[in-house]
Design a protein around this ligand. Structure first.
Ligand SMILES: [Zn+2]
Length: 313
């Protein structure tokens, strides 16, 4: 999990010094690895090895596979108000019971912004006076959507999005078959979001990502007909075309900024080209969502993008 190195060090130190709060709230955008970090912290709390978590002992392995009797994970089905009060009632019923095989019990509550107001209020009571053996690890996308009283009863740690390099390195670690160059491109195309990038790679989005990265070069060479042909071959659905537009937006945006900062970028895009491209993409996305014909949007896109990269800027 990229991006969390620093945070792991902080949490380890707090745990070692015995000052880790009984309620830890991990804040981070979707795909930043909050669940992985929560599991890591649960292992760090319960593992009995010298270097905690060792990731090797039976405690660590049980937690990893979701089979540790003293680690309970709750969450909604995704979406607002999908995390119901019934889950909090279940927690309350088991909270005061002694742990089964460890000295402590860990409750992991994922994406608590999905909780109903009722559930958040019920959770508050448990956070207020938990038994000494109970620890809570809560996660959220953004603390602004939570009750102030929940935030004030937890220690908040923000999971910074990983850098592009960290994201690329983690992709290479996870997918042995991805080359260094491809990993860098994927990291850029998904804005450094490791969760989204690895999902994109597993779901076979490579062709769309690589096509988006080729756009400037194809058009600078006057090969807009190649782009048109590849677009219609690779983006057969609205979802594909939206995916292509999102990746193109990230790639041109990021590479344009790098160029402005005098950094090396894998795709040659000037800052002015990046700005123009983002305007076209916004219009393109609107057309896709308005159910215009895909062929029409694709040929419009090729024409507009040719103007940008064809040497008129
Ligand atoms: Zn262990």
């Amino acid at each position: 999990m990229p991006g969390a190195k620093e945070l792991k060090r902080t949490l380890s130190a707090a745990l070692r010094e015995g000052i880790l709060s009984h309620a830890v709230l991990i804040e981070g955008e979707k795909g930043s690895g909050k669940k992985e970090l929560s599991l890591w912290l649960a292992k760090a709390i319960l593992c009995r090895s010298e270097n905690r978590p060792c990731e090797n002992c039976s405690v660590c392995r049980k937690i990893e596979s979701g089979n540790h009797p003293d680690v309970e994970i709750y969450g909604g089905s995704g979406g607002a108000r999908s995390f119901h009060i019934e889950s909090i009632r279940e927690i309350k019923n088991s909270l005061w019971l002694a742990p089964n095989e460890s000295e402590q019990k860990v409750y992991i509550l994922l994406n608590i912004e999905d909780m109903t107001q009722e559930a958040q209020n019920a959770l508050l009571k448990s956070l207020e006076e938990p038994p000494a053996h109970a620890r809570f690890i809560l996660t959220c996308d953004n603390r602004k959507s939570l009750l102030d009283t929940i935030i004030s009863r937890s220690t908040v740690y923000s999971l910074e999005p990983p850098t592009r390099e960290e994201c690329a390195a983690a992709l290479r670690e996870k997918f042995g078959e991805i080359s260094e160059k491809e990993a860098e491109l994927f990291a850029i195309a998904y804005g450094g979001n490791f969760g989204a990038a690895s999902e994109g790679f597993s779901e076979g989005k490579s062709e769309i990502v690589f096509l988006a990265a080729k756009v400037p070069e194809l058009l600078k060479n006057g090969s807009s007909y190649v782009l048109a042909a590849e677009l219609s071959a690779k983006c057969k659905t609205r979802a594909d075309l939206l995916e292509f537009l999102e990746r193109l937006l990230n790639i041109t945006g990021r590479c344009g900024i790098d160029r402005a900062a005098g950094k090396k970028a894998p795709v040659r895009v000037s800052p002015a080209e990046a700005v123009k491209t983002s305007e076209i993409i916004e219009r393109g996305k609107t057309s896709v969502l308005q159910n215009c014909s895909l062929e029409l949007i694709e040929s419009w896109l090729c024409m507009e993008l040719s103007r940008v990269f064809g040497g008129n800027l």
